[in-house]
Design a protein around this ligand. Structure first.
Ligand code: 0L1
Ligand code: MG
Length: 261
């Protein structure tokens, strides 16, 4: 670890960038020795400061689960991050873009866990047994780094660019759907921007859930009953600005419309 950087200072720098809505340079530019283990410690410190400020943990998300996202960001492995109630945007509530730096939206398949799930050794089939309901979701990411330019430890420390998320209102039991085939279309102001199916998420979103349970177990973290899990963006993240209407239409999970103010 460099002399001038430590876990607390890095977490404070990221929280300050978020509060001021000002992007900053990647931590690894100044702290080249930041490795993944310490990056997750920074992420945990960021979330514990949010909890101290009154937020509650409501689940976890995966990031970089699709090849499209890995290519877009120039990184090569999925990551996990925390979700809090402070990030939740109720369906129908407008996104205030002035609270964010440079938001991007992405469609997600969201699980609600009916039972706890803890690795190691969790398979996708075992993971899906812990899922009580599946929803369509929309995540708004907002990297605290200039131009979303980062290395893997940077984005891990930055809680995987988490900013806001909305969960749709049409929940389905997992056995009612083939999630590999579940499709979504992303529209901005009525124009189709992108589309994908659940195969984009590691072949099946259940694989992402299993990966989350197994990788979190290395940090002695278990997924808890009642938690939400955002399984990862199905398409590239799409930049959005005030005035945009974003609509994500799923085949069987309904649609979510987000007005950006
Ligand atoms: O796009 C990014 O900022 C990478 C972090 C992961 C975001 C996500 O897939 O939710
Ligand atoms: Mg995401």
């Amino acid at each position: 670890m460099s002399r001038s950087w430590d876990i607390k200072r890095a977490a404070d720098a990221l929280l300050a960038a978020e509060a001021a809505r000002k992007h900053r340079s990647a931590l690894t530019d100044e702290w080249p020795g930041l490795d993944l283990a310490n990056a997750y410690r920074v992420q945990d410190e960021v979330v514990s400061q949010r909890v101290e400020a009154g937020e509650s943990i409501v689940g976890m998300k995966l990031g970089l689960t699709s090849h499209a996202k890995q290519r877009q960001m120039g990184v090569s492995s999925p990551i996990t991050a925390w979700l809090t109630d402070g990030m939740a945007l109720n369906s129908g509530v407008a996104l205030d873009t002035s609270e964010l730096i440079h938001p991007r939206v992405e469609p997600e398949i969201v699980f609600v866990l009916g039972e706890s799930l803890e690795g190691p050794g969790v398979t996708a089939a075992r993971a899906m047994k812990a899922v009580s309901h599946v929803y369509g979701g929309l995540e708004i990411i907002d990297s605290r780094y200039t131009d979303f330019r980062f290395r893997l430890p940077d984005v891990v420390a930055d809680n995987a660019s988490s900013a806001r998320f909305t969960v749709g209102t049409r929940g389905r039991r997992p056995e009612e759907l083939d999630l590999a085939l579940e499709a979504c279309v992303v529209k901005i102001n009525g124009d189709v921007i992108d589309s994908a199916t659940g195969t984009a998420v590691l072949g099946h979103p259940g694989e992402a859930l299993a990966l989350a349970a197994n990788s979190l177990s290395e940090r002695q973290i278990g997924l808890e009953a009642g938690w939400l899990v955002l399984t990862g963006g199905m398409t590239d993240a799409v930049p959005t600005v005030a005035g945009d209407t974003v609509c994500i239409e799923f085949t069987h999970l309904g649609s979510i419309t987000l007005q950006c103010a």
